[in-house]
Design a protein around this ligand. Structure first.
Ligand code: G4P
Length: 525
């Protein structure tokens, strides 16, 4: 197979949802379709149960599982599908955002009873920002849920995206009879007792009596009414609008019962984007380019404290990645080659010789990589779109064991490379501040420092509202600001200037007093 065909064969996407909507279940059923796994239950849930916030074994267990399920590749109808796993727990939202930067499209799972939930809203914001094509799967139709029109209204309003249903449910809960596949114009009947996938029943004319004979007169006339309204209210399926991130096709089903999924998967492989061109600071990189480029979107530490090596997950953006070949690590300005790059097929890992755009390779790393690093064949490129967000919570981190200060520094450094949290060093007193999205990360950091680096840390409170990246339109004004706000200045991991605002008021004052400085809440601007 030629290089171009390899690219056109690939679909790399992420499944996102609010916890419990059914992401894990859907992932598993997709893998079953691909024949990548053969029994249900093979994909372990990667979520940290709510009760386990302080159960460190649970965190460790979760980290172990998530190496295996970070990327799940499988083939379906000659298409190579890569599903990138995203953590469900909201304290790890930033990990999820980063994984999304490596996805060419996204499937959002929504619980038909609960509708749009907080986490879904946040994740969609990121998709909108990046114009990521989105398909929506409305799940748990076997349970009592909301009216489908109400759900679609809610999605349009809350997620700010136009929708077009491509399948339509017939009842829900106890009276769930099946779905009508608008896309293919056929009917799929649901039976709670039958778990095998049945072929849809061709219904070329929904006005025929045939429909009544399958689902009963009442359901049939309700379906006809619904479909008429669907036709009137929603735009026709439009692949271009979907690819632009403006229109989301919607499917209904029940992941647990493997129902309605094949309809979505068949449509997905037809419409989902093949690997897309990507922006770098220097230029746009097209997947068809001959030379290899890629970037690190995730780093995973080894759980074994005796082997502190890590896996860096690289998304191949262009060209062919080859084993044992020298590539330029742009950030370090040094050539590296990899003798054991791994690819991920379902829950298996295997060493590969080549990888193509859209693929994810796992590189064995002894501490060279940071999230966002670029690999090329020599060109100095920096991929965009892997921003840091201003954290929500801040604490000073102090050394609790004077004999272990070196270990602590190294541990902090490596955990920050992995993107566990963000480090800001106050330029006035040199104290280290850790910023996180959720409270759980502080516990994770403390635990991992102790167990992986034999270093003890202590947290001290700091009064901080936001950390903002400073963009200076005028150097003089920046100097003046630095002079007057010396106590509130920090550097991030990349040495960029950051303003530590103690309160919203303080930030507003700075904004109005320094008109030629822009204070950003994300690191990329
Ligand atoms: P998540 O990854 O999005 O957090 O959700 P997950 O797939 O783990 O599903 C959450 C719960 O919802 C699970 O039940 C799962 O069995 C159930 N579920 C998923 N899809 C459907 C569906 O289509 N219909 C129904 N009725 N339930 C569904 P649990 O009891 O929380 O977990 P488990 O102990 O069964 O694994």
């Amino acid at each position: 197979m030629g290089f171009k065909e390899e690219i056109l064969k690939r679909r790399t996407f992420g499944i996102v949802s609010h916890p419990d909507a059914g992401k894990t279940t859907l992932t598993e059923k997709l893998l079953l379709f691909g024949g990548a796994i053969h029994i249900a239950g093979a994909v372990k849930s990667n979520k940290i149960k709510k009760t386990a916030t302080s159960d460190f074994m649970e965190i460790e267990r979760q980290r172990g599982i998530s190496v295996a399920t970070s990327v799940m590749g499988f083939e379906y109808k000659d298409v190579k599908i890569n599903i990138l796993d995203t953590p469900g727990h909201q304290d790890f939202a930033e990990d999820t955002f980063r994984v999304l930067t490596a996805c060419d499209s996204v499937i959002i799972v929504i619980d038909s009873a609960k509708g749009v939930e907080s986490q879904t809203r946040k994740l969609m914001q990121v998709c909108r920002m990046r114009k990521t094509p989105v398909i929506v799967f409305i799940n748990k139709l076997d349970r009592p849920g909301q009216d489908p029109f109400d759900l679609l209204d809610e999605i349009e309003k809350e997620l700010q995206i136009q929708v077009t249903p491509l399948s339509w449910p017939i009842g829900n809960g106890d009276v769930f009879k099946g779905i009508y596949n608008i896309h293919k114009e056929n009917l799929c009947l649901y039976s709670a007792s039958v778990q095998t996938i049945q072929d849809g029943i061709e219904i070329n004319d929904i006005d025929s009596d045939e429909l009544d004979s399958h689902i009963g007169e009442r359901s049939a006339s309700k379906l006809r009414e619904d479909l008429e309204l669907v036709r009137e209210v929603y735009p026709a399926a439009d692949r271009e609008a979907y690819l632009q991130g403006q229109l989301a096709p919607v499917f209904f089903g029940s992941a647990l019962n493997n129902f309605g999924i094949r309809e979505m998967l068949d449509c997905f492989i037809e419409i989902a984007p093949t690997p897309l061109p990507r922006e770098t600071e220097e230029r746009i990189v097209s997947p068809e380019e001959e030379k290899f480029t890629g970037f690190v979107f995730k780093i995973h530490a080894n759980m074994d404290p005796n082997h502190r090596d890590r896996i860096a997950f690289v998304k191949v953006c262009s060209g062919t990645f080859k084993r044992n070949t020298n590539y330029l690590h742009v950030g370090l300005g040094k050539n590296l080659k990899f003798s054991t790059p791994t690819a991920f097929m379902a829950s298996k890992k295997s060493i590969i010789d080549e990888a193509y755009p859209g693929d994810i390779v796992g590189l064995h790393d002894t501490g060279n990589f940071k999230i966002g690093d670029t690999l090329t064949e020599g060109e100095k490129l920096h991929f965009k779109g892997i921003p840091s967000f201003s954290p929500e919570l801040f604490k000073y981190i102090e050394n609790a064991d004077p004999m272990k200060s070196k270990q602590l520094a190294k541990g902090i450094d490596q955990l920050m490379d992995e993107g566990v949290a963000q480090l800001f060093v106050n330029q006035f007193n040199n104290r280290k501040i850790i910023g996180t999205v959720g409270a759980l990360q502080f516990e994770v950091i403390e635990y991992r420092l102790l167990h992986e680096y034999s270093a003890a840390c202590r947290w001290e409170p700091i009064n901080l509202y936001k950390a903002c990246w400073i963009e200076a339109l005028d150097d003089k004004e920046l100097e003046d600001f630095k002079l007057h706000k010396a106590q509130y200045l920090a550097k991030d991991k990349w040495g960029r200037d950051v303003f530590l605002a103690e309160s919203q008021y303080m930030l507003q004052m700075a904004q109005s007093n320094y008109k030629k400085l822009i204070f950003h809440f994300t690191s990329e601007f």
